[in-house]
Design a protein around this ligand. Structure first.
Ligand code: AMP
Ligand code: FE
Ligand code: FE
Ligand code: ZN
Length: 281
């Protein structure tokens, strides 16, 4: 069982990288990728634990991208985390996420929702990528809602009046930067309707021309028709097909290994990568 999309407390997962990898091993995964939003912060701890528990670890990142109101998440497998262009993009996203989070919280607090910038900051691990889920966590802790889901439905959705965007690179730029860093770019959940705008065929074709490697077809946000459409599109464009859980600990209902990637596909990803090696026990 291979699961190539999971989150730790280095972004908006609820488990530390070590806990996440242990949970992966306990769930029966043979290989897993740690793909925190816009950061490689969890890689070292995850690698140490993977060696301890005898699991294959694929270091990755889920890079937030945007074109106008269209948002896109790009999984980057095995990039060189010291590549200057990649470092610069992640740093810019991080800095922008900090101010954006404060602005969202200030707007909510002004309307009497019982949170403060400090109470939200307290939910973010040192050095981690801050995001809307941390606002949700502060609301759960304040007893205002029972789960992150509810906070998103009430206040945190993309169409909420409190929503503030953060800097994110254009997806074509992101594909080019990930390739330049020796990484292997795969579009995460292209047909998810939980974010603004599904990723259309035209954009996938544009990304494929820029060096895209694959599409994450098997994901809980995709119904059967969506999976079929993506598998067909990947076939037509010569792209790899992956499947993964997008596990966030208790922050989302997604379970480790609920969707998986074929060993041949992981082998192809590894063969294309020149940034950093897969961690083997
Ligand atoms: P941000 O990166 O700050 O724009 O926040 C987006 C993140 O929120 C995504 O990566 C998801 O992990 C998370 N998210 C979106 N919708 C929900 C939801 N309904 N319940 C829990 N987490 C969510
Ligand atoms: Fe997330
Ligand atoms: Fe995502
Ligand atoms: Zn994700």
């Amino acid at each position: 069982m291979i699961d190539l999309h999971t989150h730790s407390s280095a972004s908006d997962g609820t488990q530390t990288p070590a806990e996440l990898v242990r949970a992966g091993a306990a769930a029966g995964l043979e290989a897993m990728a740690v793909t925190d939003h816009d950061t490689t912060l969890g890689w070292d701890e995850a690698s140490v634990t993977a060696r301890e528990v005898g699991l294959v670890l694929v270091p990755g990142i889920e890079v937030s991208c945007a074109r106008g109101h269209q948002s896109l998440h790009l999984l980057a497998y095995l990039p060189d985390r010291a590549h200057p262009a990649l470092v610069a993009e992640l740093e810019q996203a991080r800095a922008s996420r900090e101010t954006r989070l404060d602005r969202m919280v200030e707007g909510m607090a002004a309307d009497g929702i019982p949170i403060t910038v400090a109470s939200v900051r307290a939910e973010v691990e040192e050095g981690a990528t801050p995001g809307r889920p941390h606002i949700a966590d502060a609301l759960v802790r304040a007893g205002v809602v029972g789960h992150r889901d509810e906070a998103f439905t009430r206040w945190l959705g993309d169409d909420s009046p409190y929503y503030v965007a953060h800097y994110a690179p254009d997806p074509v730029r992101a594909v080019e930067v990930v390739r330049a860093a020796g990484g292997v770019p795969v579009v995460a959940h292209p047909l998810s309707r939980t974010r603004t705008g599904v990723v259309g065929r035209d954009l996938v074709e544009e990304l494929a021309a820029a060096g895209l490697a694959g599409l994450e077809a098997h994901h809980r946000d995709h119904d059967e028709a969506a999976v079929r459409e993506l598998v067909d599109l990947a076939g037509a464009l010569g792209l790899l097909v992956t499947g993964s859980s997008d596990y966030h600990g208790t922050g989302k209902r997604n379970r480790l290994g609920e969707n998986t990637t074929e060993p041949e596909v992981l082998a192809a990803i590894e063969a294309q990568a020149t940034g950093v090696a897969v961690v083997r026990p």
